[in-house]
Design a protein around this ligand. Structure first.
Ligand SMILES: [Zn+2]
Length: 227
């Protein structure tokens, strides 16, 4: 079928109008040229340590004769226990462990001075840095096993003994409160149950005796112990 000129005219008129409008608009505009800036790749950052919360309650270990045991209720929860204490203005965990019970207190024990507290668990649970600080000692001793000492500044230090393995930390490395620093063990030159021997120490660091020239403080003592 052929279309007559009268039938074609409306379509031709529309096509002409479209062509005229496009011609008025000119060529499609291009975005302005800009200098492409390629951002440098971010430098790889060291993985941040995972930070754990300190236990908010602590119980006496059942069926153990505990030297210098603090007061506890019938469920063996230590009365008045708080997760942290403050020594010389430094906030420190009283029990920097994943999970444990209290197995020995601070003070005279069997005719000797027990310079810290013992925290027991049958399982190899994680040990945390009690506060922000810098590693001052990390080595093995026959009496303390794998041992770590952290310097928290303001003349305050913490010691962690009998760790299951060498910690891998070197002197001068920084640690954050709640960061895992080791695993509870029973490393010593003699047979002992798995536990953390934990000390809070105060004083001025002596190059000769190192941490053993410092003065121990009871981690369960009252808040704001000033030495
Ligand atoms: Zn101990």
């Amino acid at each position: 079928m052929r279309l007559s000129p009268r039938q074609i005219f409306p379509y031709a008129a529309i096509a002409a109008c479209v062509a005229w409008i496009l011609a008025l608009q000119g060529p499609p505009s291009l975005p302005p040229l800009t200098e492409e800036v390629i951002a440098p790749a971010p430098a790889p950052r060291p993985a941040l340590p995972v930070i754990y919360d300190f236990p908010v309650t602590l119980s006496l270990c059942p069926r153990l004769g505990i030297a210098n045991a603090p007061h506890a209720d019938l469920a063996l929860h230590i009365i008045g226990y708080t997760a942290t204490t403050r020594v010389n203005g430094v906030t420190l965990a009283r029990a920097p462990v994943e999970r444990a019970c209290f197995s020995s207190g601070f003070g005279a024990r069997n005719g000797q001075a027990h310079a810290g507290i013992d925290l027991y668990n049958r399982d190899p649970v994680a040990i945390f840095a009690a506060g922000d600080g810098t590693v001052r000692e990390a080595h093995y001793r026959p009496d303390y096993g794998n041992m770590l000492v952290i310097d928290h500044g303001h003349g305050v230090f913490t010691r962690y003994a009998h760790l299951a393995r060498p910690t891998g930390f070197s002197e001068g490395e920084t640690v954050a409160a709640g960061q895992i620093i080791g695993v509870m063990g029973n490393t010593a030159a003699y047979r002992i149950p798995r536990h953390l021997h934990y000390e809070i120490l105060t004083g001025t660091w002596g190059q000769q005796a190192g941490s053993f020239a410092l003065t121990p403080v009871d981690p369960l003592a009252l808040e704001d112990t000033i030495r």
